[in-house]
Write a new protein. Structure first.
Length: 104
């Protein structure tokens, strides 16, 4: 049980250092356009890298996963709300699963 607390403490320390070191080491404004662009897009790229594989593996088949992904991307492209995008993706997956179950 004490090992669990040690793991949590180490994880908290590493997480804190990753966030605190840039704030303490870089005191001035970052002017490099490449570096500013990189810092701006890292959260989006990380979120996409974590979410995309989960989307493709979350349903009963790849076809229904792609149907949900396509519906969500189209709705997001047209600036719909997050709730509408999520609901549209879920509805598309459900409909695709129904169609696939009838075909098999």
């Amino acid at each position: 049980m004490h090992e669990l607390y040690l793991y949590i403490l180490v994880m908290a320390g590493v997480t804190y250092l990753i966030r605190a070191l840039p704030l303490t080491l870089i005191r001035r404004e970052i002017r490099n356009p490449f570096l500013r662009s990189f810092i701006y897009y890292v959260p989006y790229a990380t979120l996409a890298a974590m979410t995309f594989p989960a989307i493709l593996g979350a349903t009963g088949s790849l076809v229904s996963a792609l149907a949900g992904l396509t519906a969500a991307v189209i709705l997001a492209f047209f600036d719909r709300s997050l709730i509408l995008v999520a609901a549209g993706g879920c509805i598309a997956v459900y409909a695709a699963e129904l169609v696939l179950s009838v075909l098999h």
